[in-house]
Design a protein around this ligand. Structure first.
Ligand code: ADP
Ligand code: NA
Length: 332
């Protein structure tokens, strides 16, 4: 049996938002307090599978680290590090390139989505990306991987790689990691339509609350969030077919650490002219301090770099022996 260990990564691609906070950062920070070892990685090597401006990438990496810490992640409890600083990831990725089959990779829907019509012009890295993701996870013998819906297929591939390696070499060396999928209540939708995910790539800044927004901006975005004209229903069942209302209630519940039923007990029947100010106050209360703390951390980039270097050193103490054993199993 493998010791439970959590690994997850986020791409440093800028524009951290409320969805990243409720779906990832906040949950990652909570997981570190459950007595399980947690590793969180800024996956810059994944980011470069598509073009990244170097200065923007450097800044986004530090900003993501600041976002983790401002969201409550304690770098002394969790291992917080930058992927490119631990060379074992890419070394293991090569091994897994040789384990994974072309046909497996060709089935990955995210490659098809991201490469678009001109797949011949996509980078080889974008195609091989899931093998690097498998390396991120398995180089730590991680057993639990918090992932969004969109990464489920890649985690399935990670499991296939672990199973094939163990089978081919007749070992029980790699754990078969389990996905930890975010609940519907933590899937935050756009403030403009309620049916698309809140996303960093949405051209409308009003569609998302950025973790760098100040209190006034947060309140304004909630005030202007799209809703239907009816007041809130009296019970959760009445949110059916009302995606904008459901989204705002879900956001309230997630920010307040309440269930949707608890929110409805408090706010059911209220018009949005009353509920939106309640939500705005709550969002400002929870998000504005994160924005302030991120800005403070970003004033001292050398301190962030020190934290990341320390995290990389600790990550390597786990990764290096596992890579060495992997090579030995393979006769290298
Ligand atoms: P990546 O490409 O690294 O997955 P994303 O910004 O898409 O970058 O997601 C980073 C993390 O935030 C992931 O764990 C993802 O599931 C989560 N996330 C992103 N958008 C949302 C959202 N709207 N609601 C909930 N979680 C989200
Ligand atoms: Na994603």
């Amino acid at each position: 049996a493998f010791t439970p260990r959590v690994f997850s990564g986020i791409q440093p691609s800028g524009n951290l938002h409320l969805g990243n906070y409720l779906g990832a950062l906040k949950r990652f920070a909570e997981a570190q307090n459950k007595g399980i070892q947690t590793l969180y990685c800024m996956v810059d090597l994944h980011a470069i599978t598509v073009w990244q401006n170097p200065a923007d990438l450097a800044r986004a990496t530090r900003e993501l680290a600041a976002g983790f810490i401002a969201s409550g992640l304690d770098p002394a409890k969790s291992i917080l590090f930058n992927q490119s600083q631990v060379a074992e990831h890419t070394q293991m990725a090569w091994v897994f390139n040789c384990v994974a089959r072309m046909g497996w990779m060709q089935r990955m829907t995210q490659f098809k989505d991201k490469a678009g019509k001109n797949a011949q012009n996509a980078s080889l890295g974008l195609f091989a990306y899931p093998a690097l993701m498998a390396a991120d996870i398995l180089t730590y013998h991680a057993t639990h991987v918090p992932v969004g819906e969109d990464q489920k297929q890649h985690l399935e591939l990670t499991r296939d790689i672990a199973i094939k390696f163990n089978h081919d070499y007749g070992v029980e060396f790699f754990p078969i990691p389990e996905p930890v999928i975010e609940g519907a209540a933590t899937r935050v939708m756009s403030l403009r339509d309620g049916s698309n995910k809140m996303s960093k790539s949405d051209p409308s800044d009003m569609s998302r609350i950025n973790l760098t927004d100040d209190a006034d901006t947060i309140a304004k975005k909630i005030r202007k969030a799209k809703t239907d004209p009816e007041p809130l229903p009296s019970e959760a069942a009445g949110l059916e077919g009302r995606p904008e209302a459901r989204n705002l209630v879900n956001i309230y519940a997630a920010l307040a650490d309440m269930t949707v039923d608890q929110v409805m007990a408090e706010a059911g029947g209220k018009p949005f002219s009353e509920f939106k100010p309640m939500l705005a106050d709550l969002a400002v209360d929870r998000i504005a301090p994160i924005s302030t703390e991120m800005a403070r951390l970003m004033q001292d980039l050398s301190e962030i770099d020190r934290i990341l270097a320390d995290g990389a050193a600790r990550a390597r103490t786990i990764a290096a022996p596992i890579l060495r054993q992997t090579y030995e199993i393979m006769g290298m």
